[in-house]
Design a protein around this ligand. Structure first.
Ligand code: NAD
Length: 469
């Protein structure tokens, strides 16, 4: 579909999804007119009254049957997500299944996190209640087009808020289907999709909402924070990253190289916790690089629906141009392409490894969000830690080393919300998904995350005095 066709469909008030692998139109949804947004927020506020009056457990019970429906539709949802944003089909279906399979325990975890907490001293008994905030705007990106809406919408709804979900303009179709499934169970008006781009997102932030749950880029996060400021609206911002991987001299090289390739090129590098910078002890640098190059050569790139394809396209031409501009800038400044780098047609970027990089290059400082791994050597652990921390981002990180205690000590020195030792950065069940520095402002998941979607209230009364006191 040409740019002109897309502009025409916008004039027809339709938002068209384009398959980034083929350029074909996948389908369209009606664009939400900007002037309709205040009315939608007003209707969501009306719907919230009844919804907010239910208990957390009642709200969870209403949503429980959605698990079976999501499971039954997982293949269809996955296929739609894969076509809209280019994720390999098995991974997209896996994302849908993950949401379906985890729904019941997620609901239980949220209900338990939002239960009353009793605090007592000699004088008072206080009950900490987790009350609804009101109307929530959930604004999500395209890279996990089912999981991101799921993780934003569920805790917001269970806390008793009504939700307006504004998915990415790249993945409206799958978000529309996700909302449709939840709406088979929810009372009318409690979950309302809003379709459009940054204009619709901004209109929602500026409307009469009480909570803004945003996952997306650091730049957009800053705009949202500025727009939410005058109204002192509650915000949860999960933003971008520039994750480092530190490979210590005693690391299992096969394990570290396998992780580096998987975590740099998964979803064509379009993952917030992608490994984008790799710091390797100088003693093992050449052998680690050799193993990484060998594994990268084995990756199959192509149409995400084709069997065996592990790396799909960039989500759109803009993202491809951004990634290529960072690679070109680095090469002009002295970086060397150790793998990939060759031009690819359409929206594809070959999985690329860059060496001879340094922190004067934009590619070592700004998020790339593409299939590019930059490898730099270090001589001392202090130097590795300094380089890993030389970034405004602080989302995820990983440290590989056979002496797990030593690797864990290095991990603790890295300024990131989540650090994995000999593995990825995601924590055990019940852990929050959390960024430090400019990667996060508020966070979600785990009991600590779920409580951020609610208003804590404290109801206190004098402690009963016993007669024999
Ligand atoms: P983006 O910031 O361009 O857009 C995200 C959403 O915000 C979209 O729905 C978009 O329409 C909307 N939006 C744009 N401008 C807006 C404005 N001014 N006001 C309100 N809404 C606005 O991000 P993207 O390209 O969709 O996603 C990629 C980014 O998301 C990367 O930076 C990635 O690291 C980040 N991300 C972070 C996490 C995390 O958990 N920290 C998870 C996934 C993605």
């Amino acid at each position: 579909m040409s740019e002109q066709d897309v502009r025409q469909s916008r004039r027809d008030q339709q938002l068209v999804s384009i398959d980034p692998a083929t350029g074909e139109a996948v389908g369209s949804v009606p664009l939400t007119p900007l002037d309709a947004i205040p009315r939608l927020v007003f209707e969501a506020r009306n719907a919230q009254r009844g919804w907010g009056a239910l208990s957390h457990a009642q709200r969870a019970d209403i949503l429980r049957p959605a698990a079976a429906r999501l499971k039954a539709e997982a293949k269809r949802l996955g296929a739609l997500a894969s076509r809209e944003m280019g994720k390999p089909l098995p991974e997209a279906i896996g994302e849908a299944n993950y949401c379906a399979d985890g729904l019941a325990s997620e609901l239980d975890e949220i209900v338990s996190a939002l239960a009353d907490i009793v605090r007592e001293d000699g004088r008072l008994t206080s009950i900490l209640r987790h009350a609804p905030l009101g109307v929530c705007a959930a604004i999500t990106p395209w890279n996990f087009p089912i999981l991101m809406p799921h993780q934003s919408v569920l805790p917001a709804l269970l806390a008793g808020n009504s939700v307006l979900l504004k998915p990415s303009e790249e993945t409206s179709l799958v978000a529309c289907e996700y909302a449709r499934i939840l709406n088979e169970f929810l009372p009318a008006g409690v979950l309302t999709p809003v379709f459009g781009d940054g204009a619709q997102g901004r209109a929602l932030v500026l409307a009469d909402v009480n909570l803004i749950v945003f996952t997306g880029s650091r730049e957009t996060g800053k705009k949202i924070l500025a727009d939410a400021g005058p109204g002192l609206k509650r915000v949860i911002l999960e933003l971008g990253g520039k994750d480092p991987l530190v490979v210590l001299d005693d690391a299992d090289l096969d394990q570290a190289a396998a992780f580096a390739v998987r975590n740099s090129f998964r979803n064509a590098g379009q993952v917030c916790v992608s490994t984008e910078r790799i710091y390797v002890d100088a003693h093992i640098h050449d052998e680690f690089l050799r193993r990484m190059i060998e594994r990268t050569a084995g990756l199959k790139q192509g149409d995400p629906a084709e069997p065996g394809v592990g790396v799909g396209p960039m989500v759109n031409a803009r993202q491809k141009a951004k990634v290529l501009a960072q690679i070109d800038g680095a090469v002009r400044a002295g970086a060397r392409v150790a793998a990939g780098g060759e031009p690819r047609a359409g929206n594809f970027v070959a999985p690329t490894i860059l060496v001879d990089v340094d922190h004067s290059m934009e590619i070592m400082r700004e998020e790339t969000f593409g299939p590019v791994a930059c490898v730099q050597s270090f001589r001392t652990v202090d130097e590795a830690v300094r380089l890993a921390n030389d970034t405004p981002f602080g989302l995820g990180a990983a440290v590989f080393g056979s002496d797990a205690a030593r690797a864990a000590e290095v991990a603790a020195r890295i300024e990131a919300g989540m650090v994995g030792v000999n593995g990825g950065c995601g924590g055990a069940n019940g852990s929050p998904w959390v960024g430090m520095k400019e990667s996060g402002y508020g966070f979600h998941s785990g009991p600590e995350g779920h409580r951020q979607f609610a208003q804590v209230r404290v109801i206190s009364r004098p402690r009963a005095v016993t007669s024999d006191a």
